[in-house]
Write a protein of this length. Sequence first.
Length: 191
Amino acid sequence: MANWKPDVITAWATLAIAVLTVVTAFVAIVAVWLQNRASRTLLAVQLAMEFDKRFSTEDMLRERQSLASSLMDQRDPDSELLDFFESVGHYAKRGLLDQETLWNDFSYFVIRYWPLLKDFVRRERSAGDGDPELYANFEWLNGMMLEREARRRRKRVDEVTPSKAELERFLKEEVILIEPRLELPQAVVPR
């Protein structure tokens, strides 16, 4: 065995500690990165679930029904649905919502509501004091979903864009979302 001097032993020990420190730091950075990624995924799932839950509430069903009725009567819409899809688009654009999940949950509605609402939005944008960015995230969301729809079906965007007849059928479906419920007599349960 070689004759080890204290300075050589100290140098090797220092080197080993330095390497161990670098490895530990690397492992810590990877762990933090993985934790951050898991947190973002969890946030995306929670947001998607909240949006889906909100979209299905009775209040939102009434909003959708009212909006469809306004559009069928060619009246300017006054609906929370525009704000809803604007918010969904905002979070999606920032990467806080998974686009595949959004496509699955909302594409049917987004790619039908946007063409029905775009003329109204454009009029509002161009009004004297209109905001040129009004519902820009909703518009972006529609484009993203049409592209995804076209890609999934191996078609062009214009081939998956709903026709006028499809939009009319959609409005008719939305108008009858909440049908009057029959009140049934309470069942008497024998004891």
